[in-house]
Ligand binder design. Structure first.
Ligand code: CP
Ligand code: NVA
Length: 309
């Protein structure tokens, strides 16, 4: 049990802009430490509980490997073989699990489930993707932009595709990291209107991907059918005609543009067949940075460093 109220990371708004920038800089340092082969184990005897009710490659591997590299241990918990899957209430589960581990990450469908878990948890809770937000991915994305192009403040980002969990986290990122976000999505696939309205000074919506991408410093897309939307795949493929990010679309962006995708990607759908081979694509650096960014996030939440404002 922690003596003080734990800090959680359910959306990017849970950390201040200064704290988020601390995490990004620390992620870059932790990457250098690992690349230099240095052992750094501040989490000896600390345990991360990882609750996954949706599939994952990057998130699971990065959290589990990251905890091991920092000297700690991670436990993978799936509803298929825990009592959560048999209907044990979230608040009971949160009280029990958080009494035994030091930090928890959760990937699930309803965002309210991670909020409910956090409300009853005595240790920090990290949102590792819900239907509404994917804030850990944004830490890696901003780290990747900073490494390739420097500060993202004042830059223009184009989101081309579904107004989904990733898009919502980009809206929060526009606010916290202070950049302009142009969202190109078909009618009927808009992000949450209240979120857009609350950030109208930084966020705009268009139905023309070319307009969004024009002059942009970062172009981002994601699958047209997120986890849980498999049955809508065909309808969505039709609705998103013209929204594929390809080499010709990137040619409309700024000369120094970089392209990102959180992965997994579907070639021939939201991206052209060879886009990842284009020198403007940084998707595999972006994927690797999940490891470094989440190590920095866990340091922030567990070790509570002083962050200058
Ligand atoms: N980008 C991402 O979260 O990937 P996984 O679904 O593989 O974890
Ligand atoms: N929007 C995607 C992201 C996968 C990492 C999904 O929710 O399935």
């Amino acid at each position: 049990m922690t003596a003080t109220q734990p800090r959680h990371f359910l959306t990017l708004l849970d950390l201040s802009p200064a704290e988020l920038n601390w995490v990004i800089q620390r992620a870059i340092e932790l990457k250098a430490i690992r690349n230099a082969g240095q052992i750094y184990e501040p989490f000896r005897n600390r345990v991360l509980g990882m609750i996954f009710s949706k599939s994952s490659t990057r998130t699971r591997v990065s959290f589990e490997a990251g905890m091991a590299q920092l000297g700690g241990h991670a436990i993978f918990l799936s509803p298929r073989d825990t009592q959560l899957g048999r209907g044990e209430p979230i608040d009971d589960s949160a009280k029990v699990i958080s009494s035994m581990v030091d930090i928890v990450m959760i990937r699930t469908d309803k965002h309210t489930s991670v909020e409910d878990f956090a409300a009853s948890s005595s240790v920090p809770v990290i949102n590792a993707l819900t239907d509404d937000y994917h804030p850990c991915q944004l830490l890696a994305d901003i780290q990747t932009f900073v490494e390739h192009r420097g500060s993202i403040q004042g830059k223009t980002v184009a989101w081309v595709g579904d107004g989904n969990n990733m898009c919502h986290s980009f809206i929060n990122a526009a606010r916290q990291f202070d950049f302009q976000l142009r969202i190109a999505c078909p009618q009927g696939f808009d992000p949450i209107p209240e979120l857009v309205a609350a950030n109208s000074d930084r966020v705009s919506i268009t139905r023309q991907p070319q307009v969004a991408v024009s002059g942009a410093h970062l172009v981002v897309t994601d699958t047209w059918a997120s986890m849980g939307q498999e049955a809508e795949k065909q309808v969505r493929e039709k609705a998103f005609t013209g929204y594929q990010v390809n080499e010709a679309m990137l040619d409309l962006a700024a000369d120094e543009v970089v392209f990102m995708h959180c992965l997994p990607a579907y070639r021939g759908m939201e991206i052209s067949e060879n886009l990842f081979a284009d020198p403007r694509s940084v998707v595999f650096d972006e994927a690797e940075n999940r490891l470094h960014a989440q190590k920095a996030l866990m340091e922030f939440l567990l070790l509570q460093p002083e962050v200058a404002t």
